[in-house]
Write a protein that binds this ligand. Sequence first.
Ligand SMILES: [Zn+2]
Length: 404
Amino acid sequence: MPLKKMNSEEFKRLTTLLECQSPVGFEAAMTHGFLAQEFASFAPAEWAKYTFKGNAGIIFDTKPHDKEALSIMLVGHADKIRLQVRSIGKDGKIWVDSDGFLPLTLIGHKVVLYSQDPQNGRYRPLKGGTIEAIGAIHFADPKLRSGDRGIKANQLYLELQMYGKNPQKDLEKLGIAPGDPILLQRPISRGFSKDTFTGPYLDNGLGCFVTMEVARLMAKDQKYKNLRLIFAFAPFEEIGRFGSRIMAHKIEPDILMAIDVTHDYKAAPGVGEQRFPETTIGGGVALETGSITSPFLNSLLRKIAAKEKLPLQIQSCGRDTGTDAMGPVFASIDAAAVSLGIPLRNMHTISEVGHTGDVMATIKLIELFLDYLEKGENGKPLSRAALADNHIRLNATNSSSLNN
Ligand SMILES: [Zn+2]
């Protein structure tokens, strides 16, 4: 099956979601703002919405009162990689902190700073700034010029073009303070190459988009009688996956499926010797194997994809999936975990690259998977007991050889 096209209405929704101002700790613009509104427009009245005291995550539940139904929680993470004010220098430089950007990839980019207006305490955007570290080539030492030396994280600052007698005071008067969040400012746009798109924070607006679109389909079709579906939009993934564990603890799902991004290893510069599988954009979604993922569900997903001729790439991970699929384990909850990754180039930069066909293939794979869980085999839906009893036994196999 060739990768499905994303129509212009879907692409517009994807763009709107990706551009929500939701840095780590401030995810509400996406969750309580955009997503709550979208769900309100399509979700049946019986679906429940859960919000949290300690974070801005949000969950939608198709069967809040049915604790017997097999429950599947889909998780996308709503937070964007952190960049924040560290301190304000005497000369008006705003020194910044980042958790997940390579310092070099930030330089020269336009950003928006959000700080509280001292008049009314409300956050408002301050635009016009860029991230800098060196300034003019004329002041750079020869090692920087040749590329022998790089940029240290503590060299990064936000240039808001302040000048005059006391720029530090002027900035403080504006209410700018340590911890104020900063977002990269570049719109999402179609790429040059067919079906590609580019911009910042595809990680993990894509997982949230897929989760939302599956919910939209389910609301439209209302075809699942046996399944309880939980659509979760987690905070705090980028700083340790602290949101999904709280959500898993609250819901205690039977199955948790994380929908995140992964690398296009085929095109990643300089990793050839590391022997990664050659996952690529435009090749379909990647299924993570290993770590705490369920071999039973993984083999089911592979079977479903093969039967429907849906492209599926396979990636292995070691101890940790690196995604919210770890949520139940961290929360000490017994759930079967699946981790899906939509391939990206240039992850954690302003120019992340994705493929709309991969996004659509992820939605399709999840729908087929849910169809299977609902119907099961021989007319019997997949049960909680089947999950507990159907672990793959490597002893129950016939040996095979090419040397017969
Ligand atoms: Zn990330």
